[in-house]
Design a protein around this ligand. Structure first.
Ligand code: HEM
Length: 167
């Protein structure tokens, strides 16, 4: 059996688990919590629930964002710079992925924040969460594509990574 690189495996595990936490939480809120609270609670109880949830969930979301940035940045530095990859098409696709990720972080931070700014986002939470979920799906698809470009038959063999899919 080929040697397992524990550092690469940990980076990949943490990155994917943090992505699951961020996007899975948005899915649960959009399709279970929000409709259930809308139909079962009056305005006062709904506001109370939102406040009780906000602080707790904000900690989880901020941890996921920090982990995604750290592990994503390390992944990029280790694998995604020439000569490990061909800059075209890898880097433009990576650019779209990172912009989409920053848009997700921005919208989620507004939804979880205490402030009153950005009423167009706060005023329609269902729509904002749908945008987060849609962008999350796009990001996961682009990430898989990046992995294929880097490690697939047409990819440049990574100089410092002999495993098949160490993202
Ligand atoms: C919501 C945010 C994010 C999600 C859902 C996400 C998801 C993923 C997933 C699922 C993979 C594994 C792809 C695969 O092997 O099939 C991956 C890989 C990767 N991610 Fe992210 N990610 C996010 C944010 C970021 C950020 C902010 C960065 C950079 C700072 C980043 C950099 C990377 C890199 C470099 C890889 C390796 C791609 C490759 O194999 O060539 N990610 N990401």
């Amino acid at each position: 059996m080929e040697e397992v690189n524990i550092t690469l495996l940990l980076l990949r595990w943490v990155h994917i688990l943090a992505a699951m936490g961020a996007i899975g939480g948005a899915l649960f809120m959009r399709f279970a919590l929000l409709p259930a609270a809308d139909s079962a609670l009056d305005d006062e109880a709904h506001t109370k629930l939102r406040e009780a949830l906000r602080g707790r969930w904000a900690r989880v979301v901020h941890t996921c964002i920090a982990l995604l940035l750290i592990t994503g940045g390390v992944n990029f530095a280790l694998f995604a710079l020439p000569p490990n990859v061909e800059a075209i098409p890898y880097h433009p696709i990576f650019g779209v992925k990172v912009l989409a990720a920053f848009a997700v972080f921005f919208v989620v931070s507004i939804l979880m924040g205490r402030g009153t700014g950005f009423p167009s986002i706060r005023g329609n939470r269902a729509r904002a969460l749908s945008i987060v979920i849609g962008l999350g799906v796009l990001i996961v698809l682009l990430s898989g594509l990046l992995n294929q470009i880097r490690t697939g038959p047409a990819g440049t063999p990574p100089a410092n990574d002999e495993t098949s899919a160490p993202s």
